[in-house]
Design a protein around this ligand. Structure first.
Ligand SMILES: [Zn+2]
Length: 294
């Protein structure tokens, strides 16, 4: 299993194999390309663009796809995925990234906000013309966008997803079968403030490995660490290392945050004894490697 990072800082960190940089954020911020890194692009969540023009938000019969609409429990504000100007803006950004020497592109939030979206006049017209049922039309719309994005990417191409193994197609238009043919790997974010309770990480990881027909990386949150949180996080990574994963990624603020996790693992003798006692061979190898650096 590889160990990697998802980071807000455009810098690689020794001891980690995969480096994902958040280049375009859900608040609308679009940063310059991070060289030699996998650049992660938030596609249809853009609070800034929606503030400037509220009419681009995805809509349902119960209102728009905005965090302030309490009829839904949405983590971000969503643009309608069929808006041609906004689609082109995202595709142009991906084009620009690929003029730089980057590792590749990961798409994030490239899907519909939920099953009831989007019923704007343009979407209803496109749906009617397609002759498909609601679920198939929405899935095809998202898969087509991913194909257009992929055509602009020279290097490694991956997608994140809302981590629902069962209803992804109905709710978000995410068709794992179709997308597997386009991507090099799937990036499954299992974000949490802490991993004191972690059975669900194991559970969803098993589901996704069984379901997805391409390699899988799982992302865990490693920001805002205390010693207790670091310990729970590292033990959760150790359990993940027993699965057939391409890698585990740790979400961090910056390189110091990433080094802090590695140092904590290396210098925590209780944790290292625990790894040896219960024969976490892969995790032992990762921590031994960190020990040479930190
Ligand atoms: Zn729409």
């Amino acid at each position: 299993m590889k160990i990697g990072l998802v980071t807000y800082a455009p810098e690689k960190v020794d001891g980690y194999d995969i480096h994902v940089y958040y280049s375009k954020w859900s608040d609308g911020q679009a940063c310059p390309a991070a060289k030699n890194m996998q650049n992660d692009v938030t596609c249809f969540c853009d609070a800034k663009a929606i503030r400037e023009d509220p009419s681009i938000a995805a809509v349902s019969r119960n209102g728009s796809a905005l965090r302030k609409n309490r009829l839904f429990n949405l983590p971000f504000d969503y643009v309608c995925p069929t808006n041609p100007q906004y689609r082109n803006k995202v595709l142009d950004y991906i084009d620009d990234l690929n003029k730089e020497d980057i590792e590749g592109v990961t798409l994030n939030l490239y899907h519909f906000p939920d099953e009831e979206f989007c019923v704007c006049p343009r979407c209803m017209e496109l749906w009617r013309k397609s002759g498909l049922n609601w679920t198939e039309w929405r899935a095809q719309t998202i898969t087509e966008f991913i194909k257009e994005a992929k055509a602009k990417v020279k290097g490694t191409f991956a997608v994140e997803m809302f981590p629902d193994p069962l209803m992804a197609k109905e709710r978000f238009g995410i068709d794992f079968e179709a997308i597997a043919e386009l991507v090099d790997y799937f990036h499954v974010p299992l974000s949490s403030r802490d991993y004191f309770t972690n059975y669900w990480v194991d559970l969803l990881t098993r589901d996704f490995i069984k379901l997805l027909k391409k390699p899988v990386v799982v992302e865990l949150s490693g920001e805002m660490l205390t010693d207790e949180k670091a310990s729970a996080l590292l033990k959760t990574v150790a359990y993940l290392s027993r699965h057939d994963l391409m890698g585990t990624l740790l979400l961090v603020h910056d390189s110091e945050n990433a080094k802090q996790i590695a140092r904590y693992a290396v210098h925590n003798s209780e944790f290292r004894e625990w790894l040896s006692r219960y024969e976490f061979t892969e995790m032992n190898r990762i921590v031994d490697n960190w020990a040479k650096l930190y």
